[in-house]
Structures are given as structure tokens and as C-alpha cells.
Write a protein that binds this ligand. Structure first.
Ligand code: HSE
Length: 428
């Protein structure tokens, strides 16, 4: 009979307790699926004496996550502490050094240290699995490493921060502004301890960098990603984009080009009737494009106890079954170190500006756009009572450099008030 798989769980918050709950309630199911029992040996968290709703008395308690990681009576160190430095990283390194496998939900740690940890784990014969780090309950890493393993991945895209999607869809649905919805998210407990991780696009950027590495066989490169959050999105943009048939999403896009790896996480317009356009509330969606399979859309809960614990369990089960995959789907020694390049892929753009309502003003804008090589597809000027007219322009596909040139020159025409807003349109 195969010996039980023994877990040490570090972090007993929402996700950690979700994992404990599944292990309490589904022993028979898990044993049936893996052929062995999965047991918790020891646990650690910041506070010991706290009612967590399930008794932890049967497990050894460690004060120090590093000590837990080094125990001889665990096979897998389950890291659910979070944070890209500090005890999560120290304990993960200690676990690998002592030959343990690691299951983690920690996208920040892997986005910053993933390559070094992958090299360390290969040298020590351990595995690191991180399904829960990307898009919560959606099995996106397994889709890439298993289901799509016979494809060359051409592009990965996704809405991977539920908080941002909640704010943007609520702005659209209720006509409330960004600040009011940010406060609501704080009240509802949707925000990370550092809210900038959510609204600044960093959390979603971490996830995209991990997806890119597996999709393109490259070393994780979060540092060079083009990153922009949703803080600058105004209600006007939401409403006027809708008027032109679009929704605004914090969208990640990664693709390999001849110039290098393009990775950007930024607010974009998507057609309102597309699967991404219809994504409501805190839900996530990941789009994977393979040369053989075409486009795959994966949609589901990106956070929360059940969904995230479900993803953690899938990694534990994978190890229990004896599957031992390299961290990023191939040996860390074969992952290419590529430069990230600023995006040069042409796309249509949405431009919003406040135009001084005087003769020839629009002609000046059209001239600047034309001289920069930007062609107008559609345009709308809205009724107004003051001296500026709200104007919306949707361009034909243009390279970002031409758009940047036009955006730089538009204020110099002297016919607009404020700064133009420009958002990329992704027709997916
Ligand atoms: N804060 C994230 C979100 C969940 O709002 O989607 C954890 O990654």
C-alpha cells in the first residue's frame, strides 16, 4: 500500500482553511482518485489561538514557517502565506532545500523569484506547482501544461483581477464613479492589503508574467511588463465607450514577436458582445490561443475560498498521483531569457478629448492624426453647453508609436482642454 502523502500547511486564512475543509470532507473521494490518503501533518499561521471553525488539534503546530518546511514528516510544503519576500520566500527555499515539494498560491513570489526557485527545485529534485496563483479556480496552468501541450501558444490574454472587473462593471451598471466603488470594495474586503496591487494592475501583471513563461518557454519577466492600472478610468470613458459598442476591461495580453516578448496589462476596450465584454463582476476570463487548437476561453471565479482551495488541491492531487512537472512546464535550464519589448502590434484605439468649440478645431486634430499616420474610423461629438465639446474618435489599426506621436502633438494645437485619453481596442 502506498504511504500517505503528508502536508505541512503554512497560512490558515481563507484559502488555507478552504484546503483544510476539503481534506476533512473529501478523504474518500481524494483517495479514490489518487490511490493514497492525503493527510495534514503540521500547520502554521500568525495566530495560533483563533476559532477557525475546524479543529486543528490533530496537527502539530509550528510557530515558524521555515521549521514547518524543514520537518521530516511532511512531503509537501503548502505555502499560503503570501507576499513576495519574507517568510513565504524563506520557507519555500527551505522546503526545496530539504527535498520537499511545494504547492503555492503566491503569484507575487513567483513573479519575482520564480526562475531562481525553479532552478533550485530542479537541482533538489522537488517540484513547485502553482495553479492557484493564476486566475483562482480556473485550471489555466493545467490547460497550458497538459491540455494544450501539443500546441505552439501564439497569444495569451485575460481579465485576471476580479476587483478591477467588479469596479469597472459596477461603474457601467450603476453610474457610480471609481472612488465610490473603490471604497465599496474596501468595505466588502475585496482589496489586497496593498490595494495598489489590485487597482494598479500589479496583481494581474504577476499572473500574466507566469502565464507567459509557461506559454512561451521563457524566464518569468515581470519587471519589464508594460503595466497600467484602472485608477485613471473615468465614468465618461465607461459611458462613451459603451456608446461606441465597447466595454472597458483591465486586460493582459502577452505574445511572442520577432522583436521579443510583448507583455502588457492595461485598461483596454473590448467589443461589448464578446465573451470578454460580457464578463461581469469579480469573475476572471483567460483566453489561450494555440496554433492547432485556435482560441480557448476559460471563465470562472478568480478568488474566494472554494475556488482557490480547489486549485491548490488540484496541485496536491497531481503530486499524489506521481506526476512531476517542471515548474514552468519545461526544465528551467531550457527557459529562454528574452527581452520584453514595448508593444508594436498595430491595434485600433479609442481617443477621448475635450475640444474647444471653435471653427477649424476638429480639422486641426484630424490633421495631426493624419500626419502621424493615424486614420480615423469613427468619430462622435456630443452635445454640450459649455465651451468645450466632448469628442470621441475610434481609429483604424495603428502602431502605438504613431498614436504616441499624435497624442504628443494634439495638445500643441491649442484646441483642446486637458489631456486626451487613449485606450487600446482589442477585438477579442
Ligand atoms: N485580488 C485578486 C482579485 C484575487 O481581485 O482578483 C487574488 O489574486
Amino acid at each position: 500500500m502506498t504511504h500517505p502523502l503528508r502536508l505541512g500547511i503554512a497560512g490558515l486564512g481563507t484559502v488555507g482553511m478552504g484546503v483544510v475543509k476539503i481534506l476533512h470532507e473529501k478523504q474518500a473521494l481524494l483517495e479514490g482518485r489518487t490511490g493514497r490518503s492525503i493527510e495534514i501533518t503540521a500547520v502554521t499561521a500568525r495566530t495560533k489561538d483563533k476559532d477557525r471553525g475546524i479543529s486543528l488539534d490533530a496537527y502539530a503546530w509550528e510557530e515558524d514557517p521555515v521549521k514547518l518546511a524543514q520537518r521530516d514528516d511532511i512531503d509537501i510544503f503548502v505555502e499560503l502565506i503570501g507576499g513576495h519576500e519574507g517568510s513565504a520566500l524563506e520557507a519555500t527555499k527551505a522546503a526545496i532545500a530539504s527535498g520537499k515539494d511545494v504547492v503555492t498560491a503566491n503569484k507575487a513570489m513567483l513573479a519575482h523569484h520564480g526562475h531562481a526557485l525553479a532552478l533550485q527545485s530542479e537541482a533538489n529534485g522537488s517540484v513547485i506547482r502553482f495553479e492557484a496563483a493564476v486566475a483562482g479556480g480556473i485550471p489555466v496552468m493545467k490547460s497550458l501544461t497538459e491540455g494544450l501541450a501539443g500546441n505552439e501558444i501564439t497569444r495569451v490574454m485575460g481579465v485576471m483581477n476580479g476587483t478591477c472587473n467588479y469596479i469597472l462593471t459596477q461603474m457601467q451598471a450603476t453610474g457610480r464613479g471609481y472612488n465610490a466603488l473603490f471604497k465599496e470594495c474596501a468595505k466588502l474586503g475585496f482589496l489586497e492589503a496593498d490595494p495598489n496591487l489590485d487597482v494598479g494592475g500589479i496583481d494581474a501583471g504577476h499572473k500574466l508574467s507566469l502565464l507567459s513563461s509557461v506559454a512561451f518557454g521563457t524566464q518569468v519577466n515581470f519587471e519589464e511588463m508594460e503595466l497600467e492600472g484602472i485608477q485613471c478610468i473615468e465614468l465618461e470613458d465607461i459611458e462613451q465607450a459603451a456608446d461606441m459598442g465597447f466595454r472597458i476591461k483591465l486586460l493582459g495580453v502577452a505574445q511572442m514577436t520577432e522583436r521579443g516578448l510583448e507583455q502588457r496589462m492595461s485598461p483596454c476596450l473590448v467589443p461589448q458582445n464578446s465573451p470578454l465584454g460580457q464578463l461581469e463582476g469579480g469573475t476572471n476570463m483567460v483566453v489561450l490561443e494555440g496554433d492547432e487548437v485556435g482560441q480557448i476561453f476559460l471563465r470562472g471565479a478568480g478568488a474566494g475560498q472554494g475556488p482557490t482551495a480547489s486549485a491548490v488541491m488540484s496541485d496536491i492531487i497531481e503530486i499524489a498521483r506521481g506526476t512531476r512537472l517542471n515548474t514552468f512546464g519545461q526544465s528551467a535550464h531550457t527557459l529562454r531569457k528574452v527581452n520584453s519589448t514595448s508593444s508594436q502590434t498595430p491595434a485600433p484605439y479609442y481617443i477621448r478629448l475635450s475640444l474647444l468649440d471653435r471653427p477649424g478645431a476638429l480639422a486641426k486634430i484630424a490633421t495631426v492624426l493624419g500626419q502621424a499616420g493615424v486614420s480615423i474610423d469613427r468619430m462622435r461629438q456630443y452635445g454640450h453647453e459649455d465651451k468645450t465639446a466632448p469628442v470621441l474618435i475610434v481609429t483604424h489599426k495603428t502602431v502605438p508609436q504613431s498614436l504616441d506621436q499624435a497624442l504628443h502633438e494634439i495638445p500643441e494645437t491649442g484646441v483642446i482642454e486637458g489631456t486626451p485619453v487613449a485606450l487600446r481596442i482589442e477585438n477579442v
